[in-house]
Ligand binder design. Structure first.
Ligand code: EPZ
Length: 464
């Protein structure tokens, strides 16, 4: 059951009266800084991955019967996707206490995406593939999401055309039709794209004949989706590699449930927090294999890590004298993730070194550094994709406005190491991907309070 009030507080409950899981758009965090003291300790459990569960939710459209997903994080983006699926007719049923989600993709009748919600969730675009493949038509608005760059959808439009769809764009809305159904095709992605790979993988499962996808994204979330579909009867080869071959067939029968993989970006952010604030912080329920590039980077910077099978312990940081000039370049998986770039920059402000950070994936993802500068960080913005960070600089308390989910978390980390009481606004973005982050921070010793922002500006999520 899904309810929504005028403040976009959405409640999804298993049954009337069950715990609701939602936050407001105008919440803010008050954080008392540690003034660089290494006082945090304890364990932080990692929740299921946002970017893994969203495409799996979309994949329900490929099934004859309801699918069940477990370890589903209680986050805003899951609620948004549930809302979209609910409006399509898939009656999602979420049991927040058990973190279990059941979706009846087989009940969907109308493949038209709601404009308001789809624009607030970039990942809504992944519904287009399975909807078009199943219903031979789909209509969706230009998708929204975080303000981190241009975020084009040309790969989607070109790919659908190759599979035989006709595309009409009118009033910022796309209308795609394929009266005879989609046909298998060879698609080479000129850039590796996570959501485009997921979309065409799903479309190909119901297309006629064989589809070959080349230069696909290698992110663990893509592999996890492919493994889930394969375990339920989809014919996919090349999983985990750069070429996927899919032989289309009929609707899938659910055979196994989906268990959401741990969120590597959440785990990575807590490791960075530990590197800055702790001599004994354990990140549990994670998959270190998905974090190799961060582990390598942190180790080079002197962070002492003890890596287990499902956990990583941060044991402090050595003072390395000759760090030289640190170069960090974001890269598609398994390279350094763009989503951990902002938290890493906060760490770099605290090292006695000069670092050059090159954001190669999104051109708008360094704007948050202005706020770090206002806290006292010595950062020179060379251009929209490169900055020079000179450490070590003490950070001061400030009122911050997170521009997107990952920079929002970086601001929380910056506020925790700063001296004084900081405010982090736009908590809505953080709630999109991190489940009750303040509870887990409090448990390791952070002084953090959520409250409604006094006198909030008019706030339009996804449009700022
Ligand atoms: C996914 O976004 C993630 N979102 C992002 O996480 C993540 O930052 C990003 O991958 C990179 O890892 C989800 O999985 C829901 P892309 P996505 O298509 O798929 C270009 C978060 O905070 N491109 O892999 O939208 C694009 O401009 C979010 O959780 C085209 O040129 O990213 C970029 O330069 C933010 N044409 C590059 O591909 C297209 O049609 C990679 O982006 C599509 C993309």
């Amino acid at each position: 059951m899904i309810k929504k009030d005028k403040d976009y507080r959405v409640k999804i409950t298993e049954s009337p009266g069950a715990t609701s899981v939602s936050y407001g758009t105008n919440d803010q965090f008050l954080i008392r800084g540690l003034a660089s003291k290494r006082l945090l300790k304890g364990k932080v459990p990692i929740r299921g991955s946002k970017n893994a569960i969203l495409p799996v939710m979309a994949s329900s459209i490929l099934f004859k019967k309801a699918i069940t997903a477990r370890n589903v994080p209680r986050i805003e983006d899951v609620l948004r996707m549930s809302e979209l699926l609910n409006l399509l007719g898939a009656s999602p049923l979420y049991a927040p206490e058990k973190r279990t989600l059941i979706i009846h993709g087989e009940k969907i009748k109308n493949p038209t995406l709601d404009t308001e919600i789809a624009k607030r969730l970039r990942a809504s675009i992944i519904l287009s593939g399975p909807l078009l493949a199943r219903f031979k038509k789909v209509s969706f608005p230009y998708p929204g999401g975080c303000v981190i760059g241009k975020r084009p959808i040309d790969l989607f439009i070109e790919g659908f055309k190759k599979m035989g769809a006709r595309v009409i764009e009118k009033d910022e809305r796309f209308f795609l039709t394929a009266p005879k159904g989609l046909s298998g095709a060879k698609i080479f992605f000129k850039v590796q794209s996570v959501t485009a790979t997921e979309t065409f993988l799903m479309a190909a499962v119901l297309a006629k004949g064989k589809t070959v996808l080349k230069n696909v994204a290698l992110e663990p979330e893509v592999t996890s989706l492919a493994e889930f579909l394969s375990a339920n009867g989809a014919i996919i080869s090349g999983i985990g590699g750069t070429t996927l071959e899919i032989t289309g067939g009929g609707l899938l029968t659910p055979l196994v449930d989906y268990k959401t993989i741990p969120d590597r970006l959440e785990a990575g952010s807590f490791l960075i927090l530990g590197a800055l604030t702790s001599n004994n912080l354990e990140v549990t329920d994670c998959n270190p294999e998905h974090l190799e590039s961060l582990i390598e980077t942190l180790s080079e910077l002197g962070v002492k890590l003890n890596v287990g099978k499902n956990n990583i312990r941060v044991l402090g940081i050595e003072k390395k004298k000759n760090l030289g000039q640190i170069q960090v370049k974001t890269h598609e998986y398994p390279g350094f993730p763009t989503d951990l770039q902002a938290p890493l920059v906060v760490l770099l402000t605290q090292l006695e070194a000069e670092s050059v950070v090159f954001e190669t994936i999104f051109e708008g993802r360094l704007s948050y550094t202005e706020d770090l500068k206002s806290m006292g960080a010595n950062i020179t913005i060379w251009d929209s994709q490169r900055v020079l960070v000179k450490g070590k600089t003490a950070l001061k308390d400030r009122e911050l406005h997170g521009p997107d989910i990952r920079a929002g978390l970086a601001f929380i980390i910056a506020a925790i190491i700063a001296k004084g009481d900081s405010i982090v606004n736009n908590v809505y973005y953080i709630d999109r991907g991190y489940e009750q982050i303040e509870d887990r921070l409090k448990a390791i010793g952070v002084d953090i309070t959520r409250r409604l922002r006094p006198n909030p500006e008019v706030f339009a999520p996804g449009k700022k």
